[in-house]
Design a protein around this ligand. Structure first.
Ligand SMILES: [Zn+2]
Length: 523
């Protein structure tokens, strides 16, 4: 009997030791990343008289990027974590993760379907705990957007009509940096607006890639809106400017440790191949004509959406007004962005935007857009960021780009000052950029009841008519300004002239554009 007991004990000890060692960590896959990790506690906990559970607690350090060799005073970042654990089924696993945020991060049992840890699994700051149901689990800061997904989407996109695919250069490790040029080839290019969008200089910022992917899917779709975008614009799309960084699971740098986002003002010898590639492509694309818009897609830790709007002091008052018009339009089209979330900073030559500003000034609106990892509007009780709502946000972003550059001339008809009939006796014309308006000018009523008439040629359809309420070019502004206000439903029975009259309700009232959004064909 004694002998049997000893053997059982020995077996149990060996067995538990075996189980402990059975949890294996790995990162040998696309965008995998982990720093140091160690088991800090393990204990069998009795859940009831006949059932115990093994509880394992790990201390995990997110991996720091290499020291930036171009400027060794910069502190390396560590945000991205994305690792696989095997042997976790039916164990209670505590993961304390250092050097990064742990705010309802992500897990996946198959590397395809991802979900957030629940609130109750993320009670303690910096840690998650869960009894996993499957033996293998992937843990990450946000839903990964690895290099392989980028390549798969490129294959799909470049087969679409009107898409030109180019390898514009190579990363330090030799991966291609790829650009899609998208436009309707049947419309002459010289009449089109020119829009450049690049993304993912910072590898950890995967929400930015989900947002940009949705935008590209929509630009390439068969919708009437997308067809108008392609008819009236050329899109230069570079979704992955830092493939080495993404594939290698870095946080903010390329494989070399250089943060390529701030590598634009260095001498050639210290400029990374990725940035050289972008500069050369920008040079080719702008040889004839500057871009109208450059969007630089990022994600931020703050739980809100934002543009990084360049101050008037570092640019011009007119440029600030243009940036805030784009920003205000985006606020109009999404519930996930508010005036108080707008961010402001000085234009600086170390960024792509500064490089473009130095060459083209006000002609090109170059700006960074940020999506959060967590939730929107600083509201943790509201929707948490998902690939679904990032896609919705992508559509809102495109609507704002479209109306900002007046691209959708069939379904979203914008009538601005040059198409307004008015009397100079009753209206002053202003170009004061302390207000947000479309184009070069807006009108100020000299008296109550002053009349203006909007005129255009309009195709048959049912339209909703909106009036732009001009408001101040400030970070915060009255709720009823810098927005579209619905004024009427318009039924245009056949193609022909359309006019809309409106009277000022008081002296000093400002009038600007109207927007006719096509809803349907009249019955
Ligand atoms: Zn970034």
């Amino acid at each position: 009997m004694k002998k049997f007991l000893t053997l059982t004990l020995l077996l149990l000890t060996t067995c538990s030791g075996f189980l402990l060692s059975q949890v294996r960590f790995s990162t040998d896959f696309d965008s995998g990343s982990i720093g140091n990790f160690k088991l800090i506690d393990s204990v069998w906990v009795k859940r009831n008289a006949s059932d115990s559970i093994l509880t394992l607690s790990y201390l995990i350090e997110s991996r720091f990027d290499p020291l930036n060799p171009v400027d060794t005073t910069l502190k390396p970042s560590a945000r991205w974590y994305h690792f696989r654990m095997e042997g976790v089924k039916d164990k209670q696993i505590f993961l304390n993760i250092k050097n990064s945020e742990v705010i309802r991060p992500i897990y996946s049992y198959d590397g395809i379907n991802y979900q957030r840890f629940k609130d109750v699994e993320n009670i303690y700051k910096g840690s998650v705990n869960k009894i996993f149901e499957r033996d293998t689990v992937y843990i990450s800061h946000f839903i990964p957007y690895p290099y392989s997904r980028h390549k798969a989407k490129l294959l799909e996109w470049k087969e679409k009509p009107g898409v030109k695919h180019d390898t514009i250069g190579h990363s330090t490790l030799g991966l291609p940096i790829e650009m899609l040029t998208v436009t309707d080839p049947l419309v002459p290019d010289n009449e089109k607006k020119r829009i450049w969008i690049h993304g993912r200089s910072h590898p950890s910022e995967t929400p930015a890639s989900w947002h940009l992917e949705a935008m590209i899917d929509q630009i390439l779709s068969d919708s009437p809106f997308a067809k108008e975008l392609r008819r009236n614009a050329i899109f230069y799309l570079i979704p992955f400017i830092n493939p080495d960084g993404v594939k290698g699971g870095f946080s903010r740098s390329s494989s070399t440790g250089v943060n390529i986002e701030i590598n634009w003002d260095r001498p050639d010898s210290l400029t990374m191949p990725e940035v050289k590639t972008l500069k050369a492509a920008l040079g080719r694309v702008t040889k004839e004509k500057p871009l109208d818009l450059l969007l630089n897609m990022h994600s931020q830790i703050s739980s809100s959406v934002t543009y990084w709007i360049h101050t008037a002091e570092s640019t011009t008052a007119d440029f600030l007004k243009e940036q805030q018009l784009l920003s205000a339009l985006t606020i109009n089209y999404t519930p996930f962005y508010r005036p108080q979330d707008q961010s402001f900073s000085a234009m600086a030559p170390r960024y792509a935007e500064g490089w473009v500003w130095d060459r083209f000034g006000e002609k090109t609106l170059a700006i960074t857009f940020e999506t959060p990892y967590t939730y929107y509007n600083q509201d943790k009780d509201g929707p948490w960021v998902s690939t679904t709502n990032l896609a919705e946000l992508g559509y809102s972003s495109l609507l704002s780009v479209s109306d900002f550059l007046n691209l959708d001339k069939a379904n979203r008809i914008l009538i601005d000052a040059n198409e307004i009939k008015f009397s100079h006796r009753n209206w002053d014309v202003s170009d004061n950029p302390s207000n947000i308006f479309f184009g070069d000018s807006y009108l100020i009523a000299k008296k109550e009841g002053a009349q203006i008439k909007y005129k255009t040629h309009l195709k048959e359809g049912v339209y909703t008519l909106y009036l732009w309420k001009v408001g101040p070019t400030e970070k915060t502004y009255p709720d009823d300004t810098n927005k579209w206000v619905k004024k009427a439903t318009v039924i245009q029975r056949r193609d022909g002239n359309f006019s809309y009259k409106i009277k000022s309700s008081n002296s000093g009232e400002k009038m600007d554009a109207i927007l006719l959004v096509k809803e349907s064909i009249p019955k």
